[in-house]
Design a protein around this ligand. Structure first.
Ligand code: G3P
Ligand code: MG
Length: 249
């Protein structure tokens, strides 16, 4: 990837904090604010359906309890994943990746599919989410989906099964060996928390030929500073404060 085809701003978990995370209502909220790219977290149910959820358990973001890896998708789909955020979102579900792909198509949203394996399921989650992503977005307009993960093993499996999809290694704090890791995974981008970045590190990452996406930036002045340093895309929860064109030069 020689040029970065993605917009400057991506809506974190669909609609940031203005909607229940990782739901279709979240994607619709992101689009309603004019955003053209969304990030969301994908994992596998017990019966290997790729669906959206951030945590290992369903407790925080639904009215259910327990480990997502132990629930079949039909059980997950019965849970209310909207009311915890606000009563107006009652009845929102944890969508399948297929439903998300259809919604992104309808709303013309570019996707950063963050592969978020449940504990011990890194390889199979990387492989199956990547294969599903390639199949579901096969006829989507450009730019196509961007895979990312904190899990090296998941991205390695994604690369083996679906080498044509672009990958970004995701870090909270960029480690010493970032260059070796991203090269071994054939990454186009490095994704990192903005908290531990400085201008010199951004310059080194860019000089290595990688694009940079940072999360989760909720302050406009900070977002502008990161863009000045060379960051390519800002992922934000404050999709209202950092609008789709807030960082245009
Ligand atoms: O992909 C960027 C960001 O979403 C990573 O952190 O915990 O919000 O998934 P998290
Ligand atoms: Mg995420």
């Amino acid at each position: 990837m020689k040029t970065w085809p993605y917009p400057r701003v991506a809506a974190h978990r669909g609609g940031g904090t203005l909607a229940p995370e990782n739901t279709l209502a979240g994607l619709r909220t992101g689009a309603r604010f004019g955003h053209t790219m969304v990030e969301f977290d994908a994992k596998l149910s017990a019966d290997n359906v790729a669906f959206l959820l951030h945590d290992d358990t369903v407790d925080r973001t639904s009215n259910g309890h327990g480990a997502a890896a132990r629930l079949r998708y039909e059980e997950l789909a019965r849970l209310d994943a909207g009311s915890w955020r606000d009563a107006q979102f009652a009845g929102e579900r944890m969508p399948t990746l297929a439903q998300v792909a259809a919604c992104c198509g309808e709303l013309k949203l570019a996707a950063n599919v963050e592969i978020k394996p449940c504990e011990g399921r890194d390889g199979e989650t990387g492989r199956l989410v990547a294969q599903e992503t390639a199949r579901l977005w096969a006829n989507a307009p450009l730019p196509g989906p961007l895979l990312s993960s904190f899990s090296y093993a998941a991205l390695e499996a994604a690369r083996e099964s679906t080498p044509q999809l672009p990958r970004g290694m995701l870090y909270e704090r960029v480690p010493e060996d970032w260059q070796a890791q991203t090269a071994a995974l054939g990454c186009v981008s490095l994704h990192a928390s903005h908290r531990h970045l400085d201008a010199a590190l951004v310059a080194r990452i860019k000089a290595a030929g990688l694009f940079i996406l940072v999360y989760t930036v909720n302050d406009l002045a900070r977002a502008r500073e990161l863009v000045r340093w060379g960051v390519d895309t800002i992922c934000t929860d404050r999709i209202d404060l950092i609008g789709p064109h807030a960082l245009d030069s």
